[in-house]
Design a binder for this molecule. Structure first.
Ligand code: FDP
Length: 344
C-alpha cells in the first residue's frame, strides 16, 4: 500500500497507466473507476451481511442451477447500475441473468462490454467465508449505433481488454489487468479508497498448493485422478503439495496467485462440461493468471483460446502456476486424445 513513502490510490494508478497510452480516450479508465465504485458498495454490504436482514435465499434458482441469494441479486444490480448508464458500455451480461442486458433505449451507448459474476462462491455467503466478484471487459464487435447484443458477449478470451476480481476476504482487494501486468489494491475502509498494495504480481512457476474438491474423486476420469494423486503424493518432478480448498473460486485463485498453486475443477460425471462458467469465471481469471506468468487450460486448450458458443457455457478449468498446469494439461490432453471419458 505504501510505495516507499508514497500512497498510491487506484485512481492515480489507473490515470498513470492511461498516460502511457497517448491514444487512450479515458473511457476504459472511467469504466474501471465505475467498477471500483461497485466494489466499494458491494463490500460495504458484504461486511454488514451478518447484521442485516439481507441473508437468505431469494427464491428461484439461477440459470446455472444455483440457489440465488439476496446478496447475489444486490451485487448483480449494483455492478449493472454502476456501469450501464455512463455511455461507456453497450451491453452487460451476468451469471445471474438469462440473457445479455443491452443499454436501455434513450440511454447513451459506449464501446465496451462488461461480463461479470456478481458474487462468486455464493454457498459461502451465509457462513461468513470469503466470496468475490469477477469481471471481464471486451470491446464491442457489433455496429456502433444502438445497444450491444449477444455477439458482443460471445468473444474469445484473448480479446479481453481488461479483467479482474474483487475479493471480500479478511480485507477487500481489487486485482486487475489491462494486459500490462497484474496489480492489486486493498480497500482502506476508513478513507474509502483502494490503495496499491500488490504492484506487478507474478505467480511462482511451481506452486505449493493444490485446490480441488476431492469429494468428486469417484466422478473423475482416470487422468484427473492421476493428476490429483500426483499433486498429493508426488510423481516424477512433481513434489507433493499442500491442499487448500475454500470453495470460493476467487479466494482459492487469489491465494494460489500470490503463493503459487493450482486450482482444478475438471469435468466429472455430474458436470461433464465442468462446473465453472467460461465467460464470467474462467476467461477473466485466465487473463489475470497469464499476465502474472501462470497458465489456464481446459485440459486440452488454453482457456483464452476457447470460442464461446453460449453465454452460460461451462468449462473444465485447470489454472495457476505454469509448470503445474502444464503437467496436468499434458495428462488430461493425452486421455482426451485417446477418447477417454469420465466413469459412468
Ligand atoms: P458456488 O457454487 O458456491 O457459487 O461459481 C461456482 C463456485 O461456487 C466457485 O466459486 C467454487 O470454486 C465452486 O463453485 C465450488 O464448487 P464445489 O462446491 O462443487 O466444490
Amino acid at each position: 500500500m505504501v510505495h516507499g513513502s508514497e500512497v498510491i490510490t487506484i485512481e492515480r494508478f489507473i490515470m498513470e497507466q492511461e498516460r502511457l497510452h497517448p491514444e487512450a480516450t479515458g473511457e476504459l479508465s472511467n469504466l474501471l473507476y465505475d467498477l471500483c465504485l461497485a466494489a466499494k458498495i458491494i463490500s460495504r454490504h458484504v461486511r454488514r451481511a451478518g447484521l442485516t436482514d439481507i441473508l437468505g435465499a431469494a427464491g428461484p434458482v439461477n440459470v446455472s442451477g444455483d440457489l440465488q441469494q439476496k446478496l447475489d441479486l444486490f451485487a448483480n444490480e449494483t455492478v449493472r447500475h454502476s456501469v450501464q448508464h455512463t455511455g461507456r458500455v453497450c451491453v452487460t451480461a451476468s451469471e445471474e441473468d438469462q440473457e445479455p442486458v443491452p443499454v436501455p433505449p434513450g440511454k447513451p451507448v459506449g464501446k465496451y462490454v462488461v461480463l461479470y459474476d456478481p458474487l462468486d462462491g455464493s454457498t459461502n455467503i451465509d457462513v461468513n467465508v470469503s466470496i468475490g466478484t469477477i469481471f471481464s471487459i471486451h470491446r464491442r464487435v457489433t455496429k456502433k449505433n444502438g445497444p450491444g447484443g449477444l455477439p458482443d458477449c460471445l468473444q474469445v478470451g484473448r480479446k479481453q481488454i481488461a479483467a479482474g476480481y474483487i475479493l471480500y476476504g479478511s480485507s477487500t482487494m481489487l486485482v486487475y489487468t489491462t494486459g500490462q501486468g497484474v496489480h492489486g489494491f486493498t480497500l482502506d475502509p476508513t478513507i474509502g479508497e483502494f490503495l496499491l498494495s500488490h504492484a506487478d504480481i507474478t505467480t511462482p512457476p511451481v506452486g505449493k498448493y493444490y485446490s480441488v474438491n476431492e469429494s468428486n474423486w469417484n466422478r473423475w476420469t482416470p487422468a484427473a485422478q492421476r493428476v490429483v494423486a500426483a499433486f498429493k503424493d508426488g510423481e516424477g518432478k512433481i513434489q507433493p503439495k499442500n491442499a487448500r480448498y475454500i470453495g470460493s473460486l476467487v479466494a482459492d485463485f487469489h491465494r494460489n496467485l500470490i503463493s503459487g498453486g493450482i486450482f482444478l475443477y475438471p469435468a466429472d460425471t455430474k458436470n461433464p462440461q465442468g462446473k465453472l462458467r467460461l465467460l464470467y469465471e474462467a476467461a477473466p481469471l485466465a487473463f489475470v493468471v497469464e499476465q502474472a506468468g501462470g497458465r489456464a487450460s481446459d485440459g486440452c486448450r488454453p482457456i483464452l483460446d476457447l470460442v464461446p458458443a453460449g453465454l452460460h457455457q461451462k468449462t473444465p478449468l485447470v489454472i495457476g502456476s505454469k509448470d503445474d498446469v502444464a503437467f496436468a494439461a499434458k495428462i488430461l490432453a493425452a486421455e482426451a486424445a485417446a477418447g477417454g471419458s469420465a466413469p459412468k
